[in-house]
Design a protein around this ligand. Structure first.
Ligand SMILES: [Zn+2]
Length: 192
């Protein structure tokens, strides 16, 4: 069986010493492709650079995590759109809402999320989404884009059964926190 890891935080500096070894072990374990998560202005270009160094095995997302939503300016939006012009950038995100940690103010989180969903609508790329303790606002914003978005995975799922069915009713996928953290390529995701 061949596996695809869709959420590898491989740009994190904890991989600087052994990134190639991690990739070799992933390949040996049957992981044919990995999507490197871009989650900030700093790391999204790095995710693309890494993907370009490993064509056919690595791909990237480009986005700004809700923790970094305060940095989502017009200039940042232009940077994200430039990254999405590259074919190796295969999904929009990581983006969404995180009211569990509130590292960025909630209005800034909603604004950054909406602007990135607009990129998703404009590019028709899949979405790599994050939601924690923000279900109602998350659903309201997603509803504003109803019918204009590609497939979506809502990772870091920690919600209720009812919330899960809200996602499944929309044909969105969920990622379970903990499973991702167990993967060889995701040492850093515990709080993300
Ligand atoms: Zn996340």
């Amino acid at each position: 069986m061949q596996l695809v890891d869709i959420g590898a935080n491989l740009t994190h500096d904890s991989f600087d010493r052994d990134r190639d070894e991690v990739l070799a072990r992933a390949r040996a374990a049957g992981v044919a492709q990995l999507v490197v998560t871009g989650a900030s202005r700093e790391h999204s270009p790095l995710a693309l650079e890494l993907a370009q160094r490993h064509p056919g095995m690595l791909y990237a997302t480009a986005g700004v995590h809700p923790h970094h939503a305060s940095e989502y300016t017009d200039e940042c939006d232009a940077e994200m759109r430039a990254l999405h012009a590259h074919p190796q950038v295969v999904a929009v995100g990581e983006c969404g809402l995180d009211y569990f940690r509130d590292f960025s103010p909630r209005p800034a989180q909603r604004r950054a999320f909406e602007r990135q969903l607009q990129i998703g609508a404009d590019t028709a790329k899949p979405l790599f989404l994050h939601q924690r303790d923000a279900h109602a606002d998350f659903m309201a914003i997603m509803k504003d884009f109803d019918g204009r978005l590609g497939p979506a995975v809502v990772h870091c799922f920690t919600g209720t059964r009812e919330e899960m069915f809200d996602y499944l009713d929309n044909d969105w996928y969920i990622g379970i926190t903990g499973w991702l953290c167990a993967s060889a390529a995701a040492r850093t995701c515990a709080s993300w």
